[in-house]
Design a protein around this ligand. Structure first.
Ligand code: PLP
Length: 446
């Protein structure tokens, strides 16, 4: 699995701009995109990609960008990681698809075995595979309802769980995710989230409020599932105060409610652990994964207590493409890379680089209200002098980075968070160069 059969030349891991951004070829493609692609599909970067490798993206005009976004936390093992490329090439030549429900194959089973072993808890577990994060979340809710014979589902302020009808209902933010797209699925209830930078409360206090409201407004025995991201992703990398998650998990356990950790963004070494739940000693009943799982191929999973996962009638779960053999081969290679390169440790090393650089910047630039996150999932929240969110500065800052060769993403209910999700294989030099550009953005934009 380690030998390299990759025809693409390895890309030099260095930022290199050779045209104005966007260059002429990207500009031309942007005109075609505008004519052919729905305006409803969002866009972050003004350039089109020709190739990507490791932690850089090469555009069609020959510009090389430092990738601090990993295609939204997906290319954790690096873009086109050689082991992933080889596994995909081998599998695509053997068979592309049979449908696991029609003619099963080993790769699907092997991915489920890995998931059952790597997710928190030593209890018997089982998994099922799907195509996207939203699809995994939908299925987790289906399974929880089927097991409990209850209907209500609790989600949280600032939460993000996807864009399908049920997952839009679970997602908190209206614009752009829900605006004009209702009506939404019923029996979804939203509870307060611990957001230390804004609420000045302990995790226990916020959990008590949420639990009181669940008891009074829904009824504990009506609730099928509580679903929460252990660190919120699209919400702005919100790390709840200590005790919040454990109090909710205990409430769930005491009342026969399925506790689902949505680790689609936080999973697979991203936060300096296989799963972010581990930082709080949480053992979720069910866990959803996707993004970092398969080295860039579309794959998602629900993993949970075997008794819960087996409670669904035969044929109740599935889908034509779920657990596609090529995506499974990629996942096995990506997991192998995570283990053999100790990417958990690497995420912690990246965390210290981020924290050193960003706290130094925070001392110089008062617009940085908070530096937060874990591992290589770190964000800065930008505020005005009166402490209120500064979405305008956030958008100018990220645009400056884009035009100067660094891919960064924004997030947050108030659109005032810049988030960093580099591949865990990024070099110290490349990360530091990316952060130099961020620092330059502060001096140039503010
Ligand atoms: C991205 C994300 C989803 C949705 O995944 P898709 O593959 O985009 O459907 C769900 N939950 C969380 C926490 C996510 O970050």
């Amino acid at each position: 699995m380690t030998s390299v059969i990759n025809n693409a030349p390895a890309l030099v891991q260095k930022r290199n701009l050779v045209t104005a951004i966007p260059g002429p070829k990207s500009a031309e493609l942007m005109v075609r995109r505008k004519a052919a692609v729905s305006d409803g599909v969002g866009g972050t970067m003004p350039v089109f990609v020709a190739a990507a490798g490791g932690s850089v993206v090469l555009d069609v005009d020959g510009n090389t960008f430092i990738d601090l976004g990993s295609g939204i936390a997906v290319t954790t093992v690096g873009n086109s990681a050689p082991a992933v490329v080889e596994a995909v090439q081998d599998q695509v030549a053997l068979f592309t698809h049979t449908c696991f429900m029609v003619t099963p194959y080993e790769g699907y089973v092997a991915v489920c075995e890995q998931l059952n072993e790597l997710t928190p808890g030593n209890h018997p577990k089982k998994s099922a595979l799907f195509n996207s994060g939203a699809e995994a979340v939908e299925n987790a809710i289906k399974i929880a309802r089927s097991f409990t014979k209850r209907q209500a589902v609790v989600a949280f302020e600032h939460g993000y769980h996807g864009r399908t009808n049920l997952t839009m209902a679970l997602t908190a933010k209206s614009m752009p995710y829900k605006h004009n797209f209702g009506p939404f699925a019923p029996e979804i209830y939203r509870m307060p989230m611990s957001y230390p930078f804004h609420d000045n409360s302990s995790g226990i206090q916020i959990a008590e409020t949420a639990i009181h409201r669940m008891e009074k407004e829904i009824g504990a025995k009506e609730i099928a599932a509580i679903i929460i991201e252990p660190i919120q992703g699209e919400g702005g990398f919100i790390v709840p105060a200590p005790g919040f998650l454990t109090a909710l998990s205990k409430f769930a356990k005491d009342n026969g409610i399925i506790f689902i950790a949505d680790e689609i963004q936080t999973g697979f070494c991203r936060t300096g652990a296989w799963f972010a739940s581990e930082h709080e000693g949480l053992v979720p009943d069910m866990i959803t994964t996707a993004k970092g799982l398969a080295g860039g191929l579309p794959l998602a999973a629900v993993t949970g207590r075997a008794d819960i996962m087996d409670s669904v009638h035969v044929g109740g779960l599935g889908g034509t493409y779920g657990g596609n053999p090529i995506a499974c081969a990629a996942a096995l290679a990506a997991i192998y890379e995570m283990k053999s390169n100790d990417l958990i440790k690497r995420a912690s090393q990246l965390e210290s680089i981020f924290n050193n650089r960003l706290s130094a910047m925070q001392k110089k630039f008062t617009s940085i209200g908070e530096v937060r996150g874990r591992g290589a999932m770190i964000a800065i929240e930008l505020v005005k002098s009166d402490g209120t969110p500064d979405a305008d500065l956030t958008s100018k800052m990220s645009k400056f980075c884009h035009l100067n060769g660094v891919i960064v993403l924004t997030a947050g209910t108030y659109s005032n968070v810049i988030r960093f999700l580099p591949p865990l294989t990024i070099t110290d030099e490349l990360l530091n160069e990316g952060l130099d550009i961020l620092e330059l953005a502060f001096t140039s934009v503010t």
